[in-house]
Ligand binder design. Structure first.
Ligand SMILES: [Zn+2]
Length: 195
């Protein structure tokens, strides 16, 4: 029964792949820094929800934890795709891992002005006004649509990552004075080969 034999091969290959996806060492991507044009371009919608996308999401979590961040968007690893990962517990609680594919804000409420940073702009922080509560509609890595409400840091992380997917950096929310100051310092670092 050659048919059965050939059809069982991909199935067992898929099992091996799944096992690897959960247990194998993850790929740690280097984080793209401010100045790379990909950070200021809107990402393309995620259309293909497959094993590759699930692997990308897990690699993004691993890369984010390695960089000690609470959120990471695909443009920050050089991929122009509308997918981001968020975990405000820093990997302490597996249930706090959130994959946001094609996310959008459906409701925002309140305002909080808090200091914010970005893995792509290391060493610089600034006060950014964000909603206190947001409700996000997104798809997970399997393509299932869900809604999630975030408060304070989680709301901030959602907004920050959705900004990334739209090519917007937190610098754009700062006063022109503060933004120019940071940009000048980065330019200087770049000249010294430290950026
Ligand atoms: Zn960022």
């Amino acid at each position: 029964m050659p048919d059965k034999l050939t059809s069982s091969e991909p199935a067992s290959a898929a099992v091996t792949e799944t096992q690897q996806a959960t247990s194998a060492a993850r790929k740690i991507y280097p984080i793209v820094k401010y100045g790379d044009p990909i950070l200021e371009k809107p990402g393309a919608p995620v259309k293909k929800f497959d094993a590759e996308l699930e692997q990308l999401a897990e690699d993004m979590f691993a890369s984010m934890y390695a960089a000690q961040g609470v959120g990471l968007a695909a443009p920050q690893i050089g991929k122009g795709l509308r997918i981001a990962v968020v975990d405000v517990t820093g990997g302490k609680n597996p249930e706090a891992k959130i994959v946001l594919a094609n996310p959008e804000i459906v409701h925002a409420e309140g305002e909080v002005r808090e200091e914010e940073g970005c893995l792509s702009i290391p060493g610089f922080r600034g006060y950014v006004l964000r909603p206190q509560f947001v409700t996000i509609k997104a798809q997970n890595a399997k393509g299932e649509t869900f809604e999630i409400r975030g408060e304070n840091l989680l709301a901030r992380a959602f907004c920050h990552e959705i900004d990334h997917l739209n090519g917007i950096l937190f610098l754009q929310h700062l006063s022109m004075l503060k933004r120019d100051l940071i940009k000048r310092k980065i330019k200087k670092l770049r000249k010294q080969g430290e950026w």
